[in-house]
Design a protein around this ligand. Structure first.
Ligand SMILES: Cc1cc2nc3c(=O)[nH]c(=O)nc-3n(C[C@H](O)[C@H](O)[C@H](O)COP(=O)(O)OP(=O)(O)OC[C@H]3O[C@@H](n4cnc5c(N)ncnc54)[C@H](O)[C@@H]3O)c2cc1C
Length: 342
């Protein structure tokens, strides 16, 4: 285990902004992970796990602690005796989209709509990644993690992960005492397509395909996503910066009177989820809005982009402008999806 000092985090995140980590270590198995956490505790350092760095914003001042980069690899498949499902035991450092490609190649259903999401398997339960009508919680059977406080390995059932819309136990516990080392997915060996999401439904309607194959769904999702997200080699981004807000039925009825055509989706307990991109675009007129070297992406205003040389200060200024404008105009308080480091 090699502890590196003063490592640029800009190069390890898709936003490509921010300062250095005072210390950084790459861990390849649970023993190295335990040693890394023990090192941080012994030195009195703050510590934080990092996967692919695709959902974080690093401050210009960097991180005054130990960043633990999760590099554990391996996928193991065990078929259920019922012949209908397979369990996949996937190490936390595996690339998420490579895992999806693997599942599709193995003719296993359940994660194909989540094709193309950057990052690692270990981070997939953290914000319960979701896209195109699917959420990863529906395929996760359990999560193996290192409990840094009690210094032991634990296995959390799906219910114990407390999944919700872009949230889980990892989001609720601010101190990150549980570091994911492996995720067990239960995928279906029988076709279970989920095609009701508008963009996907329209895609297959246009193609005139009623029963698309697993490969076809994956390639459709990748094609649709390519039009929604910028080229990561040209600009930095962490994808959608904010969550879609959830409001009560009463608030929704008031809003739709003011903004006719405001779309809505059913959320938990009778609440209503609103597409923030629509509000940013049609209500606040913010599509493409630029602040210094930070901007809202033309093709999808929920996606915040950073041009080369951008600082976290410029991003935070844009974020506070957008948040205040949305609040001032609609009364809605918007919540970030992206995690701050430092
Ligand atoms: C272009 C683009 C498109 C995106 N599209 C989507 C999308 O469609 N849907 C969606 O849900 N997300 C999307 N995202 C966000 C992001 O890809 C996901 O949140 C992803 O799961 C982050 O994985 P990561 O390994 O990069 O996590 P990181 O960014 O490295 O970490 C994110 C958080 O998870 C914690 N963490 C990381 N690894 C572990 C671990 N092993 N144990 C415990 N905590 C850990 C970190 O401490 C941090 O708090 C997108 C991002 C980009 C850049």
């Amino acid at each position: 285990m090699t502890i590196l000092e003063n490592v640029s985090l800009r190069d390890r995140t898709t936003f490509s902004v921010g300062g250095q980590a005072r210390f950084l270590v790459e861990v390849h198995d649970e023993t190295e992970l335990k040693d890394a956490v023990a090192y941080a505790k012994e030195k009195g350092l703050a510590y934080l796990p990092l996967g692919g760095g695709s959902n974080v914003l690093v401050s210009d001042d960097g991180y005054d602690g130990l960043i633990i980069v999760i590099h554990m690899k391996g996928i193991e498949r065990v078929d259920d005796p019922d012949g209908r499902h397979a369990r996949l035991f996937v190490s936390a450092g595996e690339d998420w989209d490579s895992f999806v490609a693997y599942a599709v190649k193995e003719s296993l259903w359940g994660v194909e709509n989540l094709s193309g999401i950057p990052g690692t398997v270990g981070a997939s339960p953290v914000q319960n990644i979701g896209a195109y009508g699917s959420e990863v919680k529906d395929t996760i059977e359990s999560v193996r993690a290192y409990d840094c406080e009690n210094e032991c390995i634990v296995e959390l059932s799906n219910a114990e992960c407390e999944f919700g819309y872009r949230t889980s136990i990892w989001k609720r516990e601010r101190v990150h005492p549980l570091i994911v080392t492996r995720v067990t997915y239960r995928l279906s060996r029988r076709a279970t397509p989920k095609l009701s999401y508008k963009d996907l439904a329209l895609y297959f309607e246009r193609e005139g395909v009623l029963n698309p194959s697993l490969e076809h769904i994956r390639s459709a999702v990748l094609e649709i996503r390519a039009g929604k997200f910028p080229d990561l080699s040209a600009v930095g981004t962490a994808g959608s910066f904010w969550k879609n807000p959830t409001v009560s039925q009463i608030v929704y009825r008031e809003l739709v009177l003011r903004y006719p055509g405001l779309p809505s989706f059913p959320a938990h307990d009778g609440a209503v989820k609103l597409p923030l991109a629509w509000i940013l675009d049609r209500v606040c007129n913010l599509r493409g809005h630029t602040h210094g070297r930070a901007a809202l992406y033309e093709n999808q205003p929920l996606v915040l982009i950073a041009f080369p040389g951008c600082t976290s200060f410029e991003i935070e200024s844009l974020v506070s402008h957008v948040s205040s404008l949305v609040h001032h105009t609609t009364g809605i308080v918007i919540e970030r999806e992206v995690v701050n480091i430092g």
